[in-house]
Design a protein around this ligand. Structure first.
Ligand SMILES: Cc1cc2nc3c(=O)[nH]c(=O)nc-3n(C[C@H](O)[C@H](O)[C@H](O)COP(=O)(O)O)c2cc1C
Length: 358
């Protein structure tokens, strides 16, 4: 090895030492999240109905993160089978996401307990206190979404073990407040339980900034849709790869008398048809042809089965292409482990750059 090689070798060794030190700092920053999830990376895979099934969930957990199965509208029997099928693909921990409005919520919680699921995320509005109690009595940790500080405080009083704060940049059902503002409102105030930040996270630098604000870890959905292990239809993945951030729009409500739950999704014929549907239903209501309840039900019914149609059947024209604004950062299909590696690498590099500039 010549003199130049020696100098290069020295620089490489120095870079290696700096990267290892930075990785150590990252580990200290998300230590609470690592401990809570029992994983080397405090990255939860946000449960996505139809997408977060055995393959993606096991791939996230096998990659060092924390996969979360989306129960959606599954029956207790189907959920039990999916948990076991996931176990066959990974011996690492993973969680289950339940929707609090599911008519068999209690049975689903019991299925999680019977199958020794360590973490249950309860989504879809404020979880009933009894559900939190039941999850914990079954031996699991209960995690819920806090859309505002007051709700976060109430959930802590109700015995929640951890919180997810999800901003309006996220894909799927969203609240009105941006991730950056929710983080400033809630992270400094809630110290009792670990808080995971979600919504709009597509790179490691963003993870780092939320950890430095006090987050225990993050939850990411959109970035995992195009993972090789995701079973989403190739046309669904193509739509994600082509889209930019501005294509992921919240659903529009035409009339305050007929509330629409905001859902962020890629604009397509389906979203345009939804406006036409609301217009037509409201006209019929105004003409006295429909009662308020019938009209509301017709509007709500519009999207029934639409996510499945898009994710599984590849109907990207009229199906629901739920996606967050970070869809603009999804540029190709790639293995889950590579996505996780990129996220960690970007966080570590940001710390190294900072050290080098100091
Ligand atoms: C296609 C899709 C389906 C989703 N389904 C669910 C769900 O069933 N339950 C849930 O709690 N969150 C659901 N989410 C939200 C994710 O779990 C996660 O919190 C969100 O994607 C994070 O924001 P991001 O998309 O900006 O990463 C869904 C998101 C997407 C994109």
């Amino acid at each position: 090895m010549g003199a130049d090689g020696g100098a290069d070798g020295g620089a490489a060794a120095r870079d290696g030492v700096m990267a290892a030190a930075a990785r150590g700092r990252l580990d200290r920053l998300w230590q609470a999240g690592q401990g809570f999830l029992g994983r080397p990376l405090a990255v939860m895979g946000g449960a996505m109905t139809w997408v977060s099934e055995r393959r993606l969930v096991s791939a996230i957990s096998n990659g060092g993160g924390f996969g979360v199965l989306a129960c959606g509208s599954m029956s207790p029997e189907l959920l039990a089978a999916e948990i076991e099928a996931t176990r066959a693909l990974t011996d690492q921990p993973f969680g289950v996401n339940l929707i609090s409005l599911h008519p068999k919520l209690e049975e689903l919680i019991d299925v999680c307990a019977a199958h020794r699921v360590g973490h249950v995320v309860i989504a879809g509005g404020l979880p009933p206190k009894a559900a939190i109690r039941r999850i914990r009595a079954g031996g699991a940790r209960a995690i819920a979404f806090a859309p505002a500080l007051g709700v976060a405080r109430k959930l802590v009083r109700d015995g929640i073990d951890a919180l997810v704060i999800e901003g309006s940049e996220a894909g799927g059902h969203i609240g009105p407040v941006a991730t950056s503002v929710l983080a400033q409102e809630i992270l400094p105030a809630i110290r009792e339980v670990p808080v995971f930040v979600a919504g709009g996270i597509g790179r490691g630098e963003a993870i780092l900034s939320f950890l430095e604000m006090g987050a225990a870890g993050v939850q990411i959905g959109t970035r995992f849709v195009c993972a090789t292990e995701s079973i989403a239809h190739p046309r669904f993945k193509q739509a994600f790869i082509r889209a930019s951030a501005r294509d992921a729009m919240p659903s529009v409500q035409l009339d305050p008398r007929f509330p629409v739950i905001p859902v962020r999704a890629l604009a397509n014929d389906g979203t345009r048809g939804f406006l036409a549907c609301q217009r037509e239903v409201i006209d019929r209501f105004n003409r006295g042809e429909l009662s308020q309840k019938e009209a509301q039900l017709e509007i709500e019914h519009y999207w029934a089965g639409a996510l499945r149609r898009a994710v599984i059947d590849g109907d990207v024209e009229t199906g629901s292409l739920m996606a967050g604004q970070s869809v603009g950062l999804v540029t190709k299909e790639q293995p889950t482990a590579e996505i996780l590696g990129e996220l960690v690498g970007q966080a570590v590099e940001a710390l190294v750059r900072r050290d080098a500039a100091a």
